[in-house]
Ligand binder design. Structure first.
Ligand SMILES: NC(=O)c1ccc[n+]([C@@H]2O[C@H](COP(=O)([O-])OP(=O)(O)OC[C@H]3O[C@@H](n4cnc5c(N)ncnc54)[C@H](OP(=O)(O)O)[C@@H]3O)[C@@H](O)[C@H]2O)c1
Length: 260
């Protein structure tokens, strides 16, 4: 039986992935922030998958004792075969105008917690083997004005995960790493949390649903990929961003994050 642990699994992309994992008969462990959100997700999932094994832990991954709590909880069962570091938040606005505490909270979750979880789970998963899936973003492809720090956190996730994947392969590790870059996902609470309602990018031709991202993550796992750009249209845009001059790419991206 495959065991998958998904941070931020009670909402959005994480919840869509949870549904796909349960449909495959996998055991799912969820880690999320809000107890009411977790309870609601568990109830809905139990209704659709009555025989499913769904464990959940409510924890703020940015708190000092978060990792210790997660590890204590995981040790009651066994290490997962797949860890998905999906929990993440965005903050929209000019960096010089934003409250630095909001940006630092985002760095704590998107970068520090993801790194801490990855480092802690690697040795636990080494014996039986597994995959660490880190969720980056299309924002990781280039600097994004008005989402400067968010895009930088996702660039970290992308670079870190790809380098880790190479290191693990060279070391003959039983653990693989997979970096996922979804395009803008229009049907999750992420936009409201980030203050990003009405941005052009979320109605653009590349935007996707959470379930489409979850489908691509499953395909990436099945095909033992180390990097996936989620969405065929986003893959075409990604190739163009590699060819076009950086200033031009930033100008286009700046327009994409304009409110319409
Ligand atoms: N939506 C997009 O356009 C988009 C595009 C590319 C990449 N992504 C990335 O995809 C991932 C998931 O995003 P989403 O759109 O599915 O957003 P979402 O629906 O808002 O999900 C975020 C999840 O993270 C959890 N979370 C937030 N803060 C936390 C904390 N301090 N400790 C523990 N859990 C915390 C939330 O828990 P609660 O629900 O309990 O608060 C929620 O389950 C993020 O990493 C995001 O950066 C999103």
């Amino acid at each position: 039986m495959t065991r998958i642990l998904i941070t931020g699994g009670s909402s959005g992309i994480g919840l869509a992935l949870t549904r796909r994992a349960l449909a495959r008969g996998w055991e799912v462990s969820l880690v999320s922030l809000d107890a009411a959100e977790i309870n609601a997700a568990q109830e809905a999932l139990k209704a659709d998958f009555p025989d499913a094994q769904i464990d959940a832990l409510c924890v703020d991954l940015t708190e000092a004792d978060a990792l210790e709590r997660v590890l204590k909880w995981v040790k009651k069962s066994a290490a997962p075969d797949i860890l998905v570091n999906n929990a993440g938040i965005g903050v929209y606005g000019a960096s010089s105008q934003l409250d630095p505490a909001r940006e630092q909270a985002m760095i704590a979750l998107n970068v520090a917690a993801l790194h801490a979880m990855t480092r802690a789970f690697l040795p636990l998963m080494e014996k039986s083997g597994g995959v660490i899936v880190n969720i980056a973003s299309n924002s990781a492809f280039q600097p994004v004005p008005l989402m400067a720090v968010y895009a930088a956190t996702k660039a970290f996730v992308r670079h870190y995960t790809l380098a880790l994947a190479t290191e693990l392969k060279e070391a003959g590790s039983n653990v693989r790493a997979l970096c996922v870059c979804p395009a803008a996902v229009k049907d999750t609470p992420f936009l409201n949390t980030a203050g990003m309602e009405g941005l052009r990018t979320f109605v653009s031709f590349t935007s996707m649903t959470a379930d489409e991202v979850a489908r691509d993550i499953m395909r990436g796992l099945d095909r033992k990929k180390r990097f996936i750009v989620s969405g065929a249209k986003m893959r075409a845009v990604y190739l163009l961003t590699k060819l076009a001059p950086s200033a031009l790419v930033q100008a286009i991206v700046r327009r994409e994050v304009e409110r319409v």
